[in-house]
Design a protein around this ligand. Sequence first.
Ligand code: ADE
Length: 242
Amino acid sequence: MRFDILTLFPELFPPFYNESILGRAVKKGLVDIRLTNIRSFAHGRHNVTDDRPYGGGDGMVMKPGPIFRALNSIERLNEKTPVILLTPQGRTFDQSIAWELSEREQLILVCGRYEGVDERIRTGCIDMELSIGDYVLSGGELGAMVLLDAISRLVPGVLGGERSNKEDSFEGGLLEYPHYTRPNIFDGEGVPEVLLSGDHEKIRKWRRVESLKRTLERRPDLLKKVRLTDEDKVFLKEIKRD
Ligand code: ADE
């Protein structure tokens, strides 16, 4: 899968994507990340990419020309390749959008800075606007990294034998159960007996109950959206009774 990222700060990206799971995916060629510096497409001696807003007011606006030319320089592998703008005004990115986007051959991510990009870029060149949450960042770069990470994990082969992503929080629509590893006693605290029992069916049930408990406590909104099995409904009744 290929990601083309348009940014004024390309140097922020390699330290992130060359490490860990994403780093391995890049080395294996499963994920191809190309960076385009918007500043290279600015005209004039000073390569200016921003300007004062028409109508006055604080802050600067990213000029349309450099972004437009940068976008035109990108090779499109597919006529359906979406151009995505990272902006706090976008739809909130979540796991289901990550799945949808992981099926694309290529994504083009545009990172805005300053007060935003000229509206004519948004209306003329952008297919989708995504936010990573209800807060304002200094630019779209962190958002692009969040997409890069969450989507790459879903590309076949990226997680390899390491683990399946099917049990991750949100994958089944629920938060994940608690995890334990060695040592058996840490800071005076033990490990739930059931996890040491070797009884796989008991362990599966315990994990499902813990998953439901956590979701009920922390994110009851998720429980309303998920499709619960009959077993889940029994577990939930017991949890609520306790
Ligand atoms: N740029 C600035 N804030 C952002 C946010 N919350 N999500 C995505 N891009 C942004």
